[in-house]
Design a protein around this ligand. Structure first.
Ligand code: SF4
Length: 454
């Protein structure tokens, strides 16, 4: 193979991974590689893996096989969380040339260069000896995705010190760490110059920002609120115990932080929360939800829930179901517990039969649909500000309201990447609401924060 010139990327997993893939792509571009699509027969494939998905191993193998079918001569790098946890397994997959974990992946260009220029390293040899631990677990490498004109996911924090009993993320991503407020502001300003209108703050445990630097998450959001050019900020997710009164109060008063909180619940049973080693109970969670409520009645609250953790009886599952129904929660991300190597939970007895797990997750997804539908219905007939973001699809364009309703409008190129007051008219079957721009109120780009009906 001649000197590699093109690289293609595929990402598995969360928004954090997507933002990191963008950073990897930019670093390879700086090293002289043009970014192309997977189907365009690149010289280098990069697979950014996830350890949370149940089928991480299967998915990884499938993608490597697919890459090989597209270009049998290509160099294949497998990076990210799953690569950190199971380097030997991945290195044994035929066709994989290099495996890089949590922090090592950010030296991707140098690793590829070394590997390709090494006289004795043939392209199709197995990977060289693989790292086991994260080399420098306290180094924070910021990331943000590019290529989306309207919204960017900005990684402000990485890793986690909580060690919940079911979770592999602290093993895959290392200890909690972040940049400083000043460093994060500098990146946000660069993003603002690129014309992006909304920044979503992401991290593994976002609310833990700044702890090692004597700073905190509240200080970060207060500072970001002053960045010129960004019209919207959204907090992707925050642990309930870190969603303080001060954070809630600041978001409620801010013109630019959207009234949308996503707080992982995981279980509505205090017994299970304790077994999960979560740092709150249902009383604290309910109190956090109640605090966010009165300040902004038309906000949006989302929650993660894990069904069927070890020891979850039918009664405890029902408790979770009832708890969720009793809260002002608007949608759920429901996951099924699955055993993960090297976690505390994997050693617990009382595991829930697979069939029961499936059934419980199904019930949670049905509940989520109902909650979401009710959230949408409450807003019909009202007007909300929508950031119009998608291209022309069958004559329509999509966008999100401040409080996270997905809205579809007739396509109008002039409205792309602007925030407009939109009348929310009727619910659409596939999870969005049809809207129309309120012409008399339409403005160039400003988020005019219309008073909400309700
Ligand atoms: S808070 Fe718990 S579930 Fe979330 S990343 Fe940390 S250990 Fe995992």
């Amino acid at each position: 193979m001649s000197t590699p010139r093109t690289a293609a990327f595929h990402t598995l997993g969360c928004k954090l991974n997507f933002s990191e893939t963008s950073t990897l792509a930019r670093s390879l571009e700086e090293a002289g590689y043009a970014r192309v699509k997977v189907e365009e027969r690149p010289d280098v494939f990069v697979l950014n893996t996830c350890s949370v998905t149940e089928n991480a191993d299967k998915e990884c193998r499938q993608w490597v096989r697919r890459f090989q079918r597209i270009n049998p001569e290509a160099f294949i790098a497998v990076v990210g969380c799953y690569a950190q946890l199971k380097p030997e397994e991945i290195a044994a997959i035929p066709g994989v040339n290099i495996v890089l974990g949590a922090n090592e992946k950010f030296d991707l260009a140098a690793h590829i260069h070394r590997r390709l220029s090494s006289a004795e390293a043939g392209l199709h040899e197995r990977s060289e000896a693989l790292f086991a631990p994260i080399k420098d677990a306290r180094t924070f490498i910021p990331s943000f995705n590019t290529g989306d004109r309207t919204r960017t996911f900005l990684k402000v924090q990485d890793g986690c010190d909580y060690f919940c009993s079911f979770c592999t993320i602290p093993l895959a991503r290392g200890r909690s760490r972040s940049g400083t407020i000043a460093e994060t502001l500098a990146i946000a300003r660069d993003i603002a110059h690129s014309g992006v209108k909304e920044i979503v703050l992401t991290g593994v445990n976002t609310g833990d920002f700044g702890r090692l630097n004597g700073e905190d998450f509240l200080g970060l959001i207060e500072a970001l609120d002053q960045v010129e050019g960004i019209e919207r900020f959204r907090i992707s997710s925050i642990e309930p115990n870190l969603c303080s009164d001060a954070v809630i109060g600041f978001v409620a008063a801010s013109e630019r932080f959207m009234p949308h909180f996503h707080m992982p619940l995981q279980s509505g049973s205090d017994t299970i929360l304790e077994r999960m080693r979560r740092r709150y109970d249902t009383t604290l969670y309910a109190e956090r939800v109640a605090r966010t409520g009165p300040s902004s009645p038309m906000q949006c609250i989302g929650a993660d829930v894990i069904t069927s953790a070890p020891g979850e009886t039918d009664e405890e599952f029902q408790k979770t179901h009832a708890f969720l129904r009793s809260q002002a929660i608007d949608y759920l991300h429901a996951f099924t517990y699955s055993e993960r190597a090297n976690t505390t939970a994997v050693r617990m007895d009382d595991s829930v039969p697979i069939e029961t797990r499936r059934e419980r997750t199904k019930q949670m997804r049905i509940l989520s649909s109902k909650l979401q539908r009710a959230h949408y219905e409450r807003h019909l007939g009202t007007m909300r500000n929508v950031l119009l973001e998608s291209e022309d699809v069958d004559g329509r364009m999509l966008g999100y309201t401040d409080n996270y309703l997905r809205v579809s409008l007739p396509f109008d190129a002039a409205l792309m990447n602007t925030i407009q007051p939109v009348q929310l008219m009727r619910l659409h079957g596939d999870g969005h609401v049809d809207g129309a721009v309120e012409e008399s109120l339409a403005v160039e780009t400003a988020d005019c924060r219309l008073p909400t009906a309700n």
